[in-house]
Design a protein around this ligand. Structure first.
Ligand code: BGC
Length: 378
């Protein structure tokens, strides 16, 4: 009994030094606390960078951290989350694959573990409170503006229309709907005036589910987009020359450009192709005049913000996320709507990148030296 009492007192004393208020330990309650980092995939390169940044920021705060990647397989990600729970995680940062994650998030809530939805909303769940992402509607608007500029749509007329074909991201990813709706909020008026003609399916918004499915790219797979582009070039777009392709991210943009390059019609002039993520290979493509634009989302800042959120939740304090706005404060609460609850969604600001400012992400320290060297981004 005495031994047990001693152990309890000792444990309380140790906990007391670790968890004492500010001043006792600069890393506060974070010391040694375990944080799990569950990223969705590696075929879109940004997630490797995200996972590494999250781990770095977590460790800088004194957390223990582990990053795992799910290969676009929700069952695998749920197993990874279960492992984090078994290891006693106090917070889990999740960039989910699809809504199948809700079951694992419910288990986390049962164990009183904080879940932060990272970049992608966790749909159909009422079991978490925080979501950190970018203004995803604006990401789409920037893509629409890129096309508006690239095709000089403001001066286009129905007498001499421009031709576009549309791609969307994965229908399993809530972001894909915001990206698309943001882009179409810019482009629809030109379609309505006849200055822009859509070749292939035309969902006016993502709510046109049947047509959205036809332009969507399951799990953001480049091969799926490439094949669809090849089919368009030999089918719906056979008798026109496309002026633009709305591509939702860089991985898909480069696959679409590859398909266009194999078609003699586009040998001397590629369509204006949009993107997102400022991947190093796309920065090189923009620099070389192939891909027209991308959207730079500084995911280093996103990762830092996610760790600040996790830290505040673990410490029971109010989060203060520099540079982020609450979605509800700018009328975008729908970004935080899981279908079962509206969570607090913090939004960071995306930046448009054209050939003239391709260097912005380099200047922001976004690329590793290896990426800079491999893609000649000097
Ligand atoms: C992210 C994009 C990314 C896409 C594919 C989206 O949820 O916001 O940055 O390109 O997933 O991984």
């Amino acid at each position: 009994m005495k031994k047990i009492l001693f152990a309890v007192v000792a444990a309380v004393l140790v906990a007391g030094t670790v968890f004492a208020g500010p001043g006792a330990d600069s890393k506060g309650a974070a010391s040694g606390t375990f944080v799990g980092i569950a990223m969705p995939e590696t075929h879109v390169l940004r997630w490797i960078k995200d996972g590494a940044s999250l781990k770095k920021f977590a460790e800088a705060k004194g957390f223990r951290a582990q990053d795992q990647y799910a290969n676009a397989d929700q069952n695998l990600q749920n197993t990874q989350i279960q492992n984090f729970l078994t290891q006693g995680a106090k917070a889990i940062i999740i960039g989910c694959v699809n809504d199948g994650v809700a079951a694992a998030v419910a288990d986390a809530a049962r164990d009183k573990v904080t879940v932060v939805a990272y970049d992608r909303i966790i749909p159909n769940s009422a079991d978490y409170d925080y979501y950190i992402t970018f203004n995803n509607f604006k990401v789409g608007q920037l893509q629409g503006q890129g096309i508006e500029r690239g095709l000089n749509l403001k001066s286009a007329t129905a007498a001499a229309p421009k031709y576009i074909t549309l791609f969307a991201g994965s229908p399993t990813d809530g972001n894909a709907f915001f990206f698309y709706d943001g882009a179409m909020s810019v482009l629809n008026p030109y379609v309505e005036s006849g200055a822009l003609i859509v070749v292939g399916p035309y969902p006016k918004t993502s709510k046109d589910t049947a047509n959205f499915q036809r332009i969507a790219t399951e799990n953001w797979q480049a091969a799926v987009a490439k094949t669809r582009m090849e089919n368009l070039l030999n089918g719906d777009a056979k008798d026109v020359t496309l002026d633009a392709v709305l591509a939702p991210n860089d991985t898909l943009a480069r696959a679409i450009i590859e398909a266009c390059k194999a078609d003699a019609k586009y040998a001397s002039k590629l369509p204006v192709v949009t993107g997102q993520d400022a991947e190093a290979a796309s920065a090189a493509s923009i620099k070389n005049g192939e891909q027209y634009m991308t959207v730079f989302k500084d995911t280093t800042k996103l990762a830092e913000a996610a760790i600040l959120l996790a830290e505040a939740a673990v410490n029971g304090t109010t989060p203060n996320i520099p540079g982020a706005v609450l979605a509800s404060s700018i009328g975008l609460e729908s970004i935080g709507d899981t279908g079962k609850k509206v969570v607090r969604a913090y939004l960071l600001d995306p930046v448009i990148i054209y050939r003239e400012n391709w260097r912005d992400p380099v200047n922001a320290g976004f690329y590793t030296q290896e990426e800079i060297d491999q893609n000649n981004l000097k």
